[in-house]
Design a protein around this ligand. Structure first.
Ligand code: PRT
Ligand code: ZN
Length: 226
């Protein structure tokens, strides 16, 4: 049994699209912090709720390992890592606790603009580049299509022009990046936004109460926004 902490630790993105909105939302719940010199840890001064500033991709694993209690992460990242666990025959240990209403985007399948799209069967035998191999594999399986998933950690949109892939599966918000690369979205695999992620199992006494308090304040803050 790991030693039980009496403070709550929330992982948020250190820099990137979700970093500022995550801090602003948590601050609107009455949380204020003192930053450590390395700016990776923020000590909660108004409540025993600390922040750990990390890469978004690390957040589900930090929750799974119990290093952090909660995290603010895109549903796309959470769903990908959940799908990878399920594909491995493991039980997911983290889940979405609350959608947070910012960081909206969708994980979409996109094909060259000059393709006449006739449906998923057209992808049969094609190479599809993505940073979301588990979500893509699950979607292909659901559609009954057999295609090659090409894992790329970045620059997915230029893969077709480079001849690395025939189609892509990537995040889209305005659609400008797809258009700039002569691609068009043809299917949505996941509607995403930033979410509060936490363990499937709840917390013990002190952290349980802190988490419940935080959820109530987040609910209130989100209601005022909308
Ligand atoms: O360093 P770290 O690993 O923490 O950051 P990161 O570079 O992995 O993530 P970051 O900051 O780029 O994105 C964090 C999260 O923001 C994502 O996981 C999504 O949940 C969310 N989000 C919302 C987006 C977008 N919108 C988005 N448009 N993430 C990425 N994009 C990219 C997309 O990949 C594509 O390259 O923007 C481009 C498309 O944008 P449009 O407007 O041209 O369609
Ligand atoms: Zn990342």
């Amino acid at each position: 049994v790991p030693p039980s902490r009496d403070r709550l630790r929330i992982a948020i993105q250190k820099s990137g699209r979700l970093a500022e909105p995550a801090r602003t939302l948590l601050a609107s719940c009455g949380l204020h912090w003192r930053e450590s010199r390395d700016r990776l840890f923020c000590y909660g001064e108004t409540l025993p709720v600390d922040l750990l500033l990390v890469r978004d991709d690390d957040i589900p694993g930090l929750i799974a390992d119990g290093v952090c209690d909660l995290g603010v992460v895109g549903r796309n990242v959470l769903a990908e890592q959940q799908a990878a666990q399920v594909a491995d025959g493991r039980e997911p240990v983290f889940r979405e606790w609350l959608p947070l209403g910012f960081g909206g985007c969708r994980l979409a399948l996109a094909v060259p603009e000059d393709w006449g799209w006739q449906g998923p069967a057209q992808l049969s035998g094609k190479r599809i580049a993505t940073s979301y191999p588990s979500l893509l594999a699950r979607w292909l399986a659901d559609e009954g299509v057999s295609a090659d998933v090409v894992m790329l950690s970045g620059s997915v949109e230029i893969a077709p022009r480079l001849g690395q892939a025939d189609a892509i599966c990537d995040l889209v918000s305005s659609g400008a990046t797809l258009a700039a690369n002569q691609l068009k979205p043809v299917a949505t695999l996941c509607e995403s936004e930033a979410v509060l992620a936490g363990p499937v199992a709840g917390f013990d006494a002190v952290r349980g109460e802190l988490a419940a308090l935080l959820m109530r304040r987040l609910d209130g803050a989100l209601r005022i926004r909308h």
